[in-house]
Design a protein around this ligand. Structure first.
Ligand code: HEM
Length: 475
């Protein structure tokens, strides 16, 4: 009540109830469908929702997302700290931190290890892990999904801790999988009242209506184990100098440089948390899986890529990074994977640290901003941004050619989907260059040695594939 009211109108949206605002309107299942309905009903790509703790703005077009989250990223880079994620002990991960000096310190340090000029240092580990993965598929193609999960976990653990992951049922793979699953469940905006009414965290979890607390209690031990166990194991090995089981000089244990550099300084705690930051695992898993699905659904694309690989690499060796850089079609396939089935349908919500005005509407400080960029194929958002006919004709088709000119080179006039899929402004994904190297090696290596087709059912009939997503914050 004390805050001065702006004379401008708030963006349109469903009518709020006294006190509880739009709590009851918040969709829990397939929220993007409801968001789409609102945008159509109110004829606006900016929708406003009143919630007791903070308002929410939903952006329904790429233009609105760029205008606010990118061009005004000095005020749109905060995060809404989720009570539920905090209760699950996810607070150490800077992707969830508010726009504070602590976040800045983490981001700066993460950047030192993953910026564009340095990521190629990890290429040999990425290449080695992908090649090992090929042998798993050869032996056991029925478990491809599990192998992909093991691969992406192996790459991150190898680079961070110098550890090899022995099997797809490795404790660390399962821990990471479980912990990330908790994020998916916790982050559907408005799904849990605890984020709307934080007082719920003080109510015992046996009281009806405190499902979120029970969810947090279920996932907390898994998150804590994922965060601390591998880190402590490697740190102990470094301290006791028994590094025999480590295969590489890992990021976090380069004893002469990093440890000594940060030991005893204020940066030590930041470095410790960065070293435990295995974020990005689930994103890469999603992208690799979508790519495999696309290949099974669009065999002609697969054939063209294989022909290109055959031309450049030949039949007697596996592709390397130099080869990949000579094949624009592979680069185009990566872009198409990001566009066709984006990894984070809603991105990660940003929040606003100062009052703002957009399209003559007032957006108050503290508003949480969700950009609804890519839910399933048939929704407005998907068409509007990464599936719009104008930028991407026949948007449901997986067509890497759309990014190439007549001579087969990259066509700079086509909007690069990675400018959207990795987020915006000061919060843009800092792991994008690293992920690019993983994904390009994955695509080239898998296609060079395998044909990807749908599996068969019990009667031997090919399984029908569709591009429907399983839901949650990560596709
Ligand atoms: C296909 C793979 C990936 C995709 C599509 C992706 C996408 C994203 C998106 C959309 C965001 C949120 C940006 C925003 O708030 O606007 C993000 C944040 C982040 N990503 Fe990625 N990512 C991928 C892989 C990775 C990898 C491999 C790593 C780690 C090496 C990583 C580390 C992070 C971190 C630390 C953040 C939080 C940044 C912050 O809040 O300041 N990501 N990512």
């Amino acid at each position: 009540l004390k805050r001065p009211r702006s004379r401008l109108l708030l963006p349109p949206g469903p009518k709020p109830w006294p006190l509880i605002g739009n709590i009851l309107d918040m969709p829990v299942v397939r929220p993007y469908e409801k968001y789409q309905e609102w945008c159509e009903a109110y004829g606006s790509d900016v929708i406003f929702l009143h919630l007791p703790t903070r308002p929410i703005v939903i952006l329904g077009s790429a233009k609105a997302a760029f205008d606010l989250l990118d061009k005004r990223s000095n005020i749109y880079s905060d995060r809404v700290t989720s009570v539920l994620l905090e209760l699950m002990e996810w607070g150490f991960n800077f992707g969830f931190m508010a726009y504070t000096p602590r976040w800045r310190a983490h981001r700066r340090m993460f950047h030192q290890y993953f910026h564009q000029g340095i990521v190629n240092k990890y290429q040999s580990a990425q290449r080695q892990q992908v090649r090992t993965f090929l042998s798993w598929i050869l032996e056991d193609p029925a478990n491809t999904r599990k192998h992909v999960r093991q691969l992406v976990t192996s790459i991150v653990f190898f680079v961070t801790y110098g550890k090899k992951i022995a099997s797809m049922d490795d404790e660390y793979v399962l821990l990471a999988q479980d912990a990330v699953e908790g994020v998916g469940k916790a982050t559907v905006a408005g799904a849990y009242w605890i984020d709307l009414l934080p007082i719920i965290k003080y109510i015992p979890s046996w009281v009806p209506g405190t499902a979120a607390k029970r969810l947090a209690e279920e996932y907390r031990p898994r998150v804590v184990s994922m965060r601390d166990k591998p880190y402590l194991e490697v740190r102990d090995a470094v301290v006791s100098d028994s590094k025999a089981h480590l295969y590489a000089p890992p990021l976090m244990t380069l004893p002469d440089t990093e440890q000594r550099k940060y030991g005893g300084t204020e940066d030590e705690a930041t470095f410790d948390e960065i070293a435990k930051n295995v974020s990005g695992l689930a994103y890469t898993f999603s992208a690799c899986s979508s790519f495999l699905l696309a290949m099974a659904m669009f065999p002609e694309v697969q054939k063209r890529a294989q022909a290109e690989l055959y031309r450049v690499v030949g039949p007697s060796r596996l592709p390397d990074y130099d080869d990949i850089s000579q094949i624009p079609y592979i680069r185009a396939m990566m872009m198409e994977t990001m566009r066709w089935m984006p990894v984070l349908p809603f991105g990660v919500p940003h929040a606003l640290i100062a009052d703002d005005t957009y399209k003559s509407y007032h957006i108050p400080r503290g508003t949480m901003v969700i950009y609804n960029k890519s839910p399933p194929y048939n929704s407005l958002w998907f068409r509007a941004i990464l599936h719009n006919e104008e930028d991407y004709p026949s948007p449901n088709a997986f067509k890497p050619e759309r990014f190439l000119d007549e001579d087969g080179n990259m066509d700079p006039t086509v909007q690069d989907p990675t400018t959207i899929a990795f987020g915006f402004g000061r919060r843009i994904c800092p792991g994008r260059y690293f992920s690019h190297n993983t994904l390009s090696m994955f695509i080239a290596s898998v296609l060079h040695v395998f044909d990807i087709t749908a599996g068969v059912d019990a009667s031997g009939k090919p399984i029908e594939l569709s591009m429907e997503m399983a839901g949650g914050i990560i596709s």
